[in-house]
Design a protein around this ligand. Structure first.
Ligand code: 5CA
Length: 443
């Protein structure tokens, strides 16, 4: 992609309204644009990251056996009257009336709708377990939308819903998502710590929040230092093996970890001082087991092996891809800009053409782009006529993992300069070597 043909509205000034670094950098790097309080357009650079994050989430959901659907954003109030949540949900719910005077709402979550889908087609325990998920926009009329996409009113959520015959099998479904979440966050370059959490308006008695430690986090959290060193389950984990899943969950829930609402002062006091980690954190995922809270009032039953009809046991599992992007930036940036983990970078490589219009420089940039694109790696070529300093600043700001600098003197010698954004290391490479390495690491 040539920058001259792209849409990358970089801001030179630091936006005053942005209180935290991720919000500032997302605005400055032309990733998002505010449309109204708590609502954002995803500009091309931001959209690429959002798609990459969603793809990783999707791959790990699929690997665990969950099945993707897509439910509408606008829901009928009648479903929520059945569960009793229509009145309970309060002002956070955006209520809408259609032309026939019917009460509708913009979905803040989908427990009722998915329960309705389930009850209309699943009748027997033989079709269980089942886990349906979607990645869809939600709206919550937050009292205080803030920090950009970290706490917005319209935001993207991956929400999965599990259905099981009884409590024991529902626990296995919970463990399956728990393990899928550990893998998902690791692939996003994050260290997420599962913490016992309050269930709020979703309900139920068992719940974990997945928390990224960051000084700008909204929650106060308390955990054992051991979490910082724990190894994430490998890709080969067997999601059909209940014992294997339970063992992983046990390892990850045994050391102390709790959010402020669930904090146990006595258990905390019993920990040796050097093992305590009290910090602030960002909630990037939240999983719930709530049994028959929705299936019972909504009549979502299955016929069990004994021929009796029983309400299904359910859980729900949320991740916020839009919030995650802000969390990744909070965890990975420096004074010059964003430092993307390779797995979610909007482009893999940024090429800086130091003299656009120079036939040799243009040709070398085009060759690099073609070689890497052919190997499935994306390239953004800065072919603008900005000053060199401004081009370097833009590359650092948008945080692509690798930068390749193409100037007339180097090109005359058959060389380019390669910079690794995270370490800042630079090296001069023969062009032939760089082209040969397409498909492998760029340096
Ligand atoms: N139905 C359940 C699980 S599917 C649910 O709604 N859970 S939740 O309320 O905890 O939200 C799930 C995830 O969505 C959160 O962990 C967070 O990552 C994201 N999220 C929630 N509210 C917002 C918001 N206002 N802005 C951005 N992301 C949000």
């Amino acid at each position: 992609m040539q920058l001259s043909r792209y849409f990358l509205p970089i801001l030179k000034e630091t936006p005053k309204e942005a209180e935290i670094v991720s919000h500032r950098l997302m605005l400055r790097a032309g990733m998002i644009r505010q449309q109204a309080a708590g609502s954002y357009t995803w500009l091309p650079l931001g959209k690429r990251v959002l798609d990459k994050v969603s793809r990783i989430i999707r791959e790990e959901q699929d690997r665990s056996g969950a099945i993707e659907i897509l439910m509408p954003t606008i829901q009928s109030a009648d479903l929520w009257r059945e569960s009793g949540r229509y009145d309970d949900y309060g002002k956070e719910m955006l209520r809408i009336e259609d032309r026939h005077g019917r009460d509708m709402l913009f979905g803040p979550t989908n427990e009722e709708m998915v329960t309705d889908i389930f009850r209309s087609s699943v009748k027997t325990y033989k079709d269980l377990p089942l886990n349906l998920y979607h990645i869809q926009w939600k709206f919550r009329d937050e009292v205080r939308p803030r920090f950009g996409v970290m706490r917005s009113r319209e935001f993207l959520m991956k929400d999965a819903y599990s259905f099981d015959l009884d409590y024991e099998s529902a626990r296995v479904s919970y463990d399956r998502m728990f393990v899928a979440y550990l893998r998902t966050f690791e692939r996003l370059g994050l260290k997420a710590i599962p913490m016992r959490a309050d269930t709020g308006p979703i309900g139920g008695e068992l719940s974990h929040e997945f928390i990224i430690l960051a000084s700008t986090g909204e929650s106060e959290v308390f955990c054992h230092r051991d979490y910082l060193e724990m190894a994430t389950p490998a890709a080969g984990v067997d999601f059909q093996n209940a014992e294997e899943l339970a063992a992983i969950v046990k390892t990850w829930t045994t050391p102390y970890a709790a959010t402020e609402e669930m904090h146990d002062e006595a258990a905390w006091a019993a920990l040796p001082e050097g093992e305590k980690l009290a910090a602030r954190g960002i909630e990037v995922g939240h999983i719930f087991h709530f049994g028959t809270k929705y299936s019972e009032p909504m009549g979502a039953t299955v016929t069990g092996p004994d021929g009796k009809d029983v309400p299904v046991h359910m859980g729900s599992y949320g991740i916020g891809p839009s919030r995650l992007i802000a969390a990744i930036i909070e965890a990975s940036h420096d004074e010059n800009g964003i430092i993307w983990p390779e797995s979610v970078a909007p482009f893999d490589i940024g090429v800086v053409n130091m003299r656009p219009g120079d036939a040799e420089c243009d040709r070398v940039c085009a060759d690099i782009e073609a070689a890497y694109e052919a190997a499935g790696r994306s390239v953004l070529v800065d072919d603008s006529d900005q000053r060199a300093g401004s081009k370097f600043a833009t590359m650092d700001l948008i945080g692509l993992p690798w930068q390749v600098i193409v100037g007339p003197r180097g090109v005359a010698n058959g060389e380019v300069e390669v910079k690794h954004r995270a370490s800042g290391e630079r090296s001069v490479k023969p062009l032939a070597e760089l082209l040969a390495a397409a498909g492998g690491p760029a340096a």
